[in-house]
Write a protein that binds this ligand. Structure first.
Ligand SMILES: CC(C)(COP(=O)(O)OP(=O)(O)OC[C@H]1O[C@@H](n2cnc3c(N)ncnc32)[C@H](O)[C@@H]1OP(=O)(O)O)[C@@H](O)C(=O)NCCC(=O)NCCS
Length: 167
């Protein structure tokens, strides 16, 4: 497994994965799936500045994309923290790919990116995501009512985090 920065050349592969996974993603992730080149191009501009980084998780032998992870809201100074968002796809879920991908991401975040804390916010009914984040070593910090607007309503989330000291 490998992680690398997301780029414009990923459009066709990601739009096909998004299309096959629309139902699976809509319940848990904000925003419409990226299906047009123009939408993807404008989506990628969010990674131009220092506050957000976007990665794809790939199989090392074929380079096929099996998942995505964004490192959002990067705060420097005395925080060195960020919030992650991630997904697998209908044809790639349930195989351990995201566990390995997120482990690589945590290593990169605490290594080259010089971050100290990563946070993940997960709906209490998203059992696949809760199992994943536990496996990767995050700990539950608390509960945030009405945290994010997803699929037409303000959704409660659990707040999970990992710091360098926990690795
Ligand atoms: C959340 C999400 C990323 C979890 O993905 P996932 O596929 O369960 O995670 P992994 O790739 O690490 O796979 C782990 C699962 O594969 C199983 N598995 C099968 N073969 C495996 C293998 N060879 N190695 C490791 N695990 C394997 C594991 O048992 C585990 O299933 P379990 O949790 O039922 O025990 C995925 O469900 C998803 O994309 N959901 C929609 C978007 C979303 O919710 N994003 C997060 C918002 S907070």
């Amino acid at each position: 497994m490998a992680i690398r920065y997301i780029c414009l050349q990923d459009f066709e592969e990601l739009s096909a994965l998004n299309e096959q996974s629309a139902e699976m993603l809509a319940q848990w992730l904000p925003g419409a799936p990226i299906l047009t080149y123009e939408h993807f191009e404008s989506y990628l501009t969010r990674f131009d500045g220092p506050a957000n980084e976007g990665f794809v998780i790939c199989l090392r032998d074929t380079d096929a994309i099996v998942g995505r992870v964004n490192v959002n809201n990067i705060i420097r100074g005395t925080h060195q923290s960020a919030t992650i968002g991630y997904s697998a796809y209908a044809s790639t879920t349930g195989r351990g790919y995201l566990t390995e991908g997120l482990e690589l991401l945590v290593g990169h975040a605490f290594g080259d990116m010089r971050l100290h804390r990563l946070e993940a916010n997960i709906q209490p009914s998203n059992s696949a995501s809760l199992s994943l984040i536990k496996r990767v070593g995050f700990q539950r910090e608390g509960f945030s009512p009405n945290f994010q607007f997803i699929a037409g309503a303000w959704r409660d989330h659990e707040r999970w985090a990992i710091t360098v000291e926990m690795t």
